[in-house]
Ligand binder design. Structure first.
Ligand code: PMP
Length: 287
């Protein structure tokens, strides 16, 4: 069935949802976005996503062409128009239409696009078996060049790491920062478990401040688990008992091999499985 897409001020048919070739979102990757889940007809952690979108926009001096309240209403209207019980929302703010020069201030109106669709997940079997990953040689953007906290429309840094993963026949790659510490995966945050303690890199290490990460830290603490934010090295990933990723699309997924080193007994470990279950229940409002 054709989707209804929110374009700037209202809903249009998918076939009408078109962007100008002069939009700086296309010409320069100048814009910001969010990926958000719909679980059981509810938009998951919408306030946190809206907050992060406005912060990304502020960081690059981009005007979101709506108030937060209007944006929340537009998201709900788009979800309802597409009658989605479970799905994924892509919220995009582009710099808008300008000329061929870089100058963002020549673009008069920011563009707003909201797409709500079904989501293609990793197959269930991969959650049971766990992922293999590699360490990327491409480092995460230096924070003084472009803060990794900005969820910008230019994902080339992450895409280069993803290409390294795919070249190695694995679905994901771990990215390190300019100091050699773990930053994040190409589109997910990283956690380890060692001697019962959960570790994750602090956001200063160059990972996005993931909303799933935040939820999982809280759920782990509610289970009485200690979560420590600390810098992790490649060695720490190689020798940990459990390794897992969190993100809006992947949720919580175990890693069972990194750089040809098997993690634990080669299956997603007990903490990973517990947190995945807790996350599922929380997302669907079951606890
Ligand atoms: N890091 C990057 C680079 C991402 O693109 C994402 C996905 N938005 C994440 C981490 C995970 O963040 P979240 O849990 O908010 O989806």
């Amino acid at each position: 069935m054709a989707l209804k897409i929110w374009m700037n001020t209202g809903l249009v048919d998918e076939a009408e949802a078109k962007v100008s070739v002069f939009d700086h979102g296309l010409l320069y990757g100048d814009g910001v976005f969010e990926g958000i889940r719909i679980y059981s007809s509810r938009v998951f952690e919408l306030d946190a996503h809206i907050k992060r979108l406005y912060e990304s926009a502020r960081a690059i001096r981009l005007v979101v062409p709506m108030s937060r309240e209007e944006l929340v209403a537009a998201v709900h209207a788009t979800v309802q128009a597409n009658a989605l019980e479970d799905g994924y929302i892509r919220l995009i703010v582009t710099r808008g239409v300008g000329d061929l020069g870089l100058n963002p201030f020549e673009c008069r109106d920011s563009g707003l696009i909201i797409i709500a669709d079904t989501i293609q997940l990793y197959p269930e079997e991969l959650y049971e078996k766990g992922l293999s990953v590699v360490s990327a040689t491409t480092i995460r953007n230096h924070p003084l060049a472009l803060s990794p906290q900005v969820k910008s429309l230019n994902y080339l840094n992450n895409i280069l790491a993803k290409i390294e993963a795919l070249d190695n026949n694995v679905p994901e790659a771990i990215m390190y920062n300019h100091e050699g510490y773990v930053a994040e995966a190409s589109g997910d945050n990283v956690f380890t478990v060692r001697n019962g303690v959960i570790h994750t890199p602090p956001t200063e290490a160059g990972g996005l401040e993931g909303i799933t990460r935040q939820v999982v830290i809280r759920l782990a603490q509610e289970e009485g688990r200690t979560v420590v934010e600390k810098n992790l090295t490649r060695y720490d990933l190689h020798v940990c008992d459990e390794l897992f990723l969190t993100g809006t699309a992947a949720e919580v997924i175990g890693i069972v091999e990194i750089d040809k080193r098997v993690i634990g007994d080669g299956k997603p470990g007990p903490v990973t499985r517990l947190l995945r279950e807790k996350f599922e229940n929380y997302a669907r409002g079951k606890n």
